[in-house]
Design a protein around this ligand. Structure first.
Ligand SMILES: Nc1ncnc2c1ncn2[C@@H]1O[C@H](COP(=O)(O)OP(=O)(O)OP(=O)(O)O)[C@@H](O)[C@H]1O
Ligand SMILES: [Mg+2]
Length: 470
């Protein structure tokens, strides 16, 4: 078998030995010879050599010294030492620590030496192949991870309704505000309590924007372990740290061309805040272990259920980042502050879940409606959604839904317990609003009858209704 792909370098101070070595290998491999370590190093520096076979005892540099330097030039070079029996002890350590692959005691036969060299070359080939496969696997995994992130968000988006359901002036106002920024590239900050629909609104903005055919990548800023934050968001170069077998794209690069949704940005740890500021200011990311930034074209939508102003005042959120994020902000009111959304949402969810269950949709009875309207919904739309999902399961197909099917929390008419010391005026107003709404519903919006039922003047009812925005 000839394999001229491989270049061998033989080193021996005896010309006669070099002759013999050359004769043994010249038909199969590319052969170089040197009479000293110094000469060998010159050759090594100039040509790619696959294996060095050297005599141990030479004037000047020893074989081991030469091999040490050869490995500095090329760590993957195969190192074989030819040595007399008496010197083997000197080599033990070099062999044990892997600095020498093989030692061969003199006198050697050409056949033995040929076998050893071929063996060593084959082993190295296998090792390289393994490394290549491992790299490919890591790269494939990384591609999968990226694809997964994108696919997962596509699946999740199916859980979100295509449209924002509402019946209140508050939401109508918010939607008309949003229309002003939808067609632009403006950063939008969405504030609101848990379950008010912040993510739905973010998806809506994306779906209505020019980027609608590109990806929407939601990322929870508080949920990623601190030591992973940087590489998750901004990616890393191959070899940036142990375990970084391939280059990895961060969320920002994944979202390139589309929209990134920075969910719960108020929970971003300080390190992340600094880096987010940079992306927003420069429009580029700096993957870990790279020295050149990469441009990204990403629209940013952020959400928070904390009051970011307070977070800034108390030193938990960077003011400069706040200014960059707070270009255009909307606050989605809690459901209890936009009660006109409750029934439209309840009906929407009832239809949705009945379809899902493949059942004829029931009708919400008057009493059930009243209880839904009176409940304070601390979990907002998500709580209402869960409540209705339950109803859809329990209800008689096509039948009327009475209050007895509601969960205890919602059915109980006493006002929900409040933290001691809460705002008395707000509480009174809430109770008042609830009673007025219930009476309006009951008496078919006949203001005189409602006022009489509540024991107030018609004029005062009208004023209250105006305040309530109804
Ligand atoms: N106006 C709405 N119309 C239809 N569905 C809504 C509306 N508002 C909220 N939802 C639904 O309520 C659920 C909660 O909404 P979303 O996840 O957007 O809330 P969130 O404010 O992001 O909540 P959290 O702060 O808990 O993350 C979702 O299933 C969403 O589809
Ligand atoms: Mg959310």
């Amino acid at each position: 078998m000839t394999d001229k792909r491989y270049e061998l370098l033989f080193v021996d101070d005896e010309p006669a030995n070099l002759q013999k070595l050359r004769r043994t290998f010249v038909n199969r491999y590319g052969v170089h010879t040197a009479q000293s370590g110094e000469e060998a190093l010159r050759i090594l520096a100039g040509t790619g050599v696959d294996a060095v076979v050297t005599d141990q005892r030479m004037p000047g540099m020893t074989g081991l010294e030469l091999l040490g330097k050869a490995r500095e030039i090329d760590p993957s070079v195969i190192c074989i030492v030819l040595t007399g029996y008496a010197e083997v002890n000197d080599l033990v350590e070099a062999i044990n620590t892997g600095k020498v692959h093989k030692y061969i005691t003199k006198p050697w036969t050409p056949e033995d030496l040929q076998v050893e060299v071929r063996d060593a070359l084959e082993k190295r080939e296998l090792l390289r192949e393994n490394e290549r496969l491992a790299r490919e696997l890591a790269a494939a995994n990384e591609r999968l991870r990226t694809e997964n992130t994108v696919l997962r968000q596509e699946v999740e988006s199916r859980d979100y309704p295509r449209r924002i359901v509402y019946g209140s002036r508050e939401m109508e106002g918010i939607l008309s505000l949003l229309r002003r920024v939808i067609g632009t590239e403006t950063t939008v900050l969405i504030q609101g309590e848990t379950g008010t629909g912040k993510e739905l609104v973010a998806r809506f903005i994306h779906a209505e924007s020019a980027r609608r055919d590109q990806v929407f990548i939601p990322v929870n800023c508080g949920a990623i372990p601190r030591d992973l934050v940087e590489s998750e968001f901004f990616g890393h170069a191959k070899g940036a740290f142990t375990g970084a077998a391939t280059e990895k794209k961060g969320y920002f690069e994944m979202a390139d061309g589309g929209t990134i949704f920075l969910d719960e940005i108020g929970e971003a740890p300080p390190e992340l805040q600094v880096k987010l500021l940079r992306v927003i200011q420069e429009g580029e990311v700096m993957p870990v272990g790279r020295h050149q930034p990469r441009k990204v074209d990403v629209r940013i939508i952020a959400s928070t259920n904390r009051d970011l102003r307070v977070e800034v005042e108390e030193g938990r959120f960077r003011q400069d980042l706040f200014f960059r994020i707070n270009v255009f902000s909307v606050t989605i009111p809690p459901l209890r502050a936009r009660r006109d959304d409750i029934l439209p949402l309840a009906e929407f969810f009832l239809r949705h879940f009945s379809r899902k269950l493949n059942r004829e949709e029931g009708r919400l009875g008057e009493e059930a409606r009243r209880r839904l309207l009176e409940h304070s919904w601390p979990g907002n739309v998500r709580e209402l959604q869960n409540e209705i999902e339950r109803l859809a399961l329990l209800a008689e197909p096509g039948g009327e839904i009475g209050p007895e099917l509601l969960s205890d929390n919602v059915r109980q008419r006493r006002p929900p317990s409040r933290p001691p010391g809460g705002d008395l005026k707000a509480a009174v107003r809430e109770l008042e609003d609830g009673m007025i709404r219930a009476a309006m519903e009951r008496f078919d919006k006949n203001k005189s009858r409602v006022a009489r039922a509540l024991g107030i003047s018609r004029q005062s009812l009208i004023e209250k209704l105006q305040r309530m925005g109804g």
